[in-house]
Write a protein of this length. Structure first.
Length: 366
């Protein structure tokens, strides 16, 4: 913190001296059309504002200092002034504006060969770039006259059409959109630091909006009865009804649409097949472990008085291997049945499979 204060004081002194020494940046930003005396008075006023801003900044009154810096920039712009403006913006949470000021300060510092300002700006600029969030707004509804706003400010159509991300401050923001024939769109978005947030604007057509002409019965012009040419009357009989002597076909009963035929479910066959493979692998592993244990037991028993524990271990591995093989065979049979059965048969199958290293149990009805 002490190093930061020393850096700010150094940059403040550089910024104050810049008001006294003419520079290309000052010459470009100074008001035109005034006399030399008025131009010098303007620089003195800007210098005084800058000094007052530095004093307020030392007291952590960043809002007050920022007001002084903004007023001073109306007369002249220096690298130190832009740096301090960016620092106050950063301290008040205006990260996007702070980043813009830091970038401007760095450009001026390099142009004016202000190495100390350049070094101090880079030290704050690089970490801030990683913190500044971005937002991308995409218009999902093809409305030609749509106007999209962010926090009440219009967003350029080029950004919305391309969904290009741009910088903004972290926190809560409001995205709104309006278009002829559509309901107003509004959404609050919480934007955290270091994150690019995407907002899709989908507009809903308003009630009573004009409908495209011809919508209705396909193949018929507006205001005509299906089966008649435009401008001709319907057949004789009741108005708009069938011809005398003919009976209108009864209206079909309202029935729910039939379910679309579904393919056979493969979840259970896949599960049983996988279980059979696992059990078979377990049986092979236990068989190999039993062989290894038997070989070691034969070697150890030559020097031991009792080999019961070695034999018991071999028998345990043999039992587990046998159980794994039996379980794999049982699940393999079930898998074959399920893979070869028809969809209706699979749908009517209500079974629970319980498999273990030593047994396989099937509960249900096939």
């Amino acid at each position: 913190m002490r190093n930061l204060r020393a850096t700010l004081l150094l940059i403040a002194s550089v910024g104050i001296s810049a008001f006294a020494v003419p520079s290309p940046a000052l010459a470009q930003s100074a008001p035109t059309g005034g006399s030399g005396a008025s131009g010098a008075a303007g620089k003195e006023h800007a210098k005084k504002l800058f000094e007052e801003g530095v004093d307020l900044e030392k007291k952590a009154d960043y809002a007050g200092a920022l007001a002084k810096y903004k007023e001073a920039q109306q007369t002249a712009v220096t690298a130190g002034l832009r740096f301090h403006t960016g620092y106050c913006l950063e301290m008040t949470g205006k990260l996007a504006g702070a980043l813009e000021e830091y970038e401007g300060a760095d450009r001026l510092a390099r142009e004016q060969n202000k190495q100390e300002v350049h070094a101090a700006t880079i030290a704050r600029l690089e970490p801030l770039r990683a913190r500044v969030p971005q937002i991308a707004i995409r218009l999902a509804t093809p409305a030609k006259d749509a106007e999209v706003q962010l926090d009440g400010a219009a967003v350029a159509a080029t950004l919305v059409d391309g969904g290009k991300a741009f910088r903004l401050d972290p926190g809560e923001h409001v995205v709104t959109a309006r278009a002829s024939g559509y309901k107003a769109f509004s959404r609050k978005v919480q934007v955290p630091e270091s994150v690019t947030t995407t907002v899709d604007v989908s507009l809903e057509r308003a009630a009573g909006a004009p409908v495209v002409a011809g919508a209705g019965v396909p193949g018929s012009a507006p205001g005509t009865t299906p089966g008649t040419a435009p401008g001709t009357a319907p057949p004789s009989g009741a108005a708009g009804g069938p011809v005398t002597g003919e009976t209108a076909p009864p209206a079909p009963a309202s029935e729910p649409p039939a379910d679309t035929a579904r393919g056979p479910s493969r979840v259970l066959p896949i599960a049983t097949t996988a279980g059979a493979v696992v059990l078979a692998g377990t049986g092979v592993a236990m068989f190999l472990a039993a062989g290894s244990a038997q070989t070691r037991a034969q070697q150890d028993c030559a020097t031991l008085v009792s080999c019961d524990d070695r034999r018991s271990r071999v028998r345990t591995f043999d039992a587990l291997a046998l159980g794994g093989f039996i379980g794999a065979v049982g699940l393999g049979v079930v898998s074959v049945i399920l893979w070869t059965s028809k969809p209706s048969e699979q749908a009517s199958t209500a079974a629970r499979i319980q498999a273990g290293p030593g047994s396989v149990a099937l509960e249900g009805r096939f």
